[in-house]
Design a protein around this ligand. Structure first.
Ligand SMILES: Nc1nc2c(c(=O)[nH]1)N[C@H]1C(S)=C(S)[C@@H](COP(=O)(O)O)O[C@H]1N2
Ligand SMILES: [Mo]
Length: 406
């Protein structure tokens, strides 16, 4: 008879992290036993999410917020979208976790433990906007394959870590460096260990920005497993796919990084406008860099009933990739006329900005409130859908909510 195999300590630790507390007699669990709390596979318990979050996919987990859930200035963990390309790694042990910096353009390849990173380099904290390149995909026609994000694949949390540029300075960068690329511990959905779910990166100018972090804290605590514990890259303002979760390696490349999902239609859009449904050649596509200007009305919730004669306060956030939002407006007449909102300066570069306005409606009836942000280069959001592209990226159309005055 086969000997009973008990669960390994490392697995126990990550199971406990998923459940959110110690499994007291966990060492008695057989190797393949799955605790009931996880058998139910309830993502709300699993990831401690707000129960209004919307599951788009469970293999892999892809979960988005609704607009009104994002009303906080700083996105709490429970309301932060989750986007995975593969399987969340198990057996994460922060004591033995390392980050290797290598690549053709590194002078001295080095491997750091988490403690070395934390003690050797100065720590910085920023609020950083992360939006999935595919946020808004559900509106494109013909539809694009992939998760049908509506508006909720965006967040602005507080991230703490060390600057990638300080670490790169420590290893020394050769003159021919053009790009960094990350590798991470998540695994391919097929189970094929030779395949990676994703390995993206950014050109040196983004890698070397002050706000580009190798982060180990989110909202003041250890990063939740679903968001990249114990270590993730955070490059605010760019498609969030650049912000690699569970990273164990960053390579400094002497060419554009060619990892999984850097080529073809992945996170790339046509260089020139194409007609909907058109096939686009590889060489006519370009990598998405800074995200376009966009905004979200987070209060009231669409469908609100307003009392006749009462003024309505609206609130929301606006962001503009690497740029700032310089103007925020709303319209209640389907975009014929626009009125300015009040908008704050960002807390730091690449943090989203908060706006508000007080609206008086002329009479009872149905209205739509449309919100439009303009960036510091004077580019405004399109009122409706922007240019079609094969994978349905970069939909920055004006957010619209419906209200009734009764
Ligand atoms: N290792 C790894 N990093 C990753 C991903 C992934 O699947 N694996 N998904 C990327 C994508 S496409 C997005 S939009 C963001 C989502 O970050 P979040 O789940 O913390 O919100 O993580 C990025 N980093
Ligand atoms: Mo994404």
């Amino acid at each position: 008879m086969e000997r009973r195999k008990f669960i390994k300590k490392a697995s126990l630790t990550s199971l406990a992290a998923l459940i959110g507390t110690e499994i007291v007699f966990g060492s008695n669990m057989l190797k393949d036993y799955k605790p009931l709390a996880l058998q139910e596979n309830d993502p709300f318990k699993l990831f401690n999410l707000d129960n209004e979050m919307v599951i788009l996919n469970d293999k892999p987990w892809n979960i988005e917020a609704k607009a009104h859930l994002l009303n906080d200035n700083i996105t709490p963990n429970s309301k932060m979208f989750i986007r995975n390309n593969g399987v969340i790694p198990e057996d994460i042990n922060e004591k033995t976790w390392t980050l290797t910096i290598d690549g053709e353009s590194v002078k001295n390849k080095k491997t750091y433990t988490l403690n070395e990173l934390k003690s050797k380099f100065k720590q910085h904290t920023y609020q950083l906007t992360l939006e999935c390149g595919g946020n808004g995909r559900s509106e494109f026609d013909p539809p694009a394959k992939g998760n049908q994000w509506t508006v909720g694949a965006v967040s602005c949390a507080t991230w703490t870590g060390v600057r990638l540029k300080d670490v790169l300075e420590d290893v020394g960068i050769k003159n021919d460096a053009v790009y960094i690329g990350y590798n991470a511990a998540d695994t391919h959905l097929s189970g094929d260990a030779t395949k990676e779910p994703i390995s993206r990166g950014a050109p040196m100018r983004k890698a070397l920005e002050d706000e580009t972090l190798i982060a180990f804290k989110m909202n003041g605590k250890k990063i939740p497993i679903s968001h990249g514990f114990p270590l993730r890259l955070v490059a605010g303002g760019w498609p969030a796919s650049v912000s690699g979760k569970w990273i164990n390696r960053i390579s400094v490349r002497n060419k554009e990084h060619d990892g999984t999902k850097m080529t073809g239609t992945a996170y790339r859009v046509p260089k020139n406008p194409v007609s909907p449904g058109e096939k686009v050649k590889d060489e006519d596509m370009k990598i998405i860099e800074s995200m376009p200007v966009k905004s979200l009305i987070t209060s009231p919730q669409s469908g609100a009933i307003i009392k006749k004669g009462a003024a309505l306060k609206i609130n929301g956030h606006a962001w503009a990739g690497d740029l700032q939002v310089s103007k925020m407006e709303y319209s209640i007449d389907f975009g014929s006329t626009w009125t300015q909102c009040e908008i704050n300066k960002p807390v730091n570069r690449l943090a989203w900005q908060h706006f508000n306005a007080t609206i008086n409606f002329p009479k009872v009836g149905y209205y739509e409130i449309w919100a439009r942000a303009t960036d510091s280069n004077n580019m405004a959001q399109p009122m409706l859908l922007p240019g079609w592209n094969p994978k349905g990226y970069l939909n920055n159309a004006c957010h619209r909510i419906a209200v009734k005055v009764k």
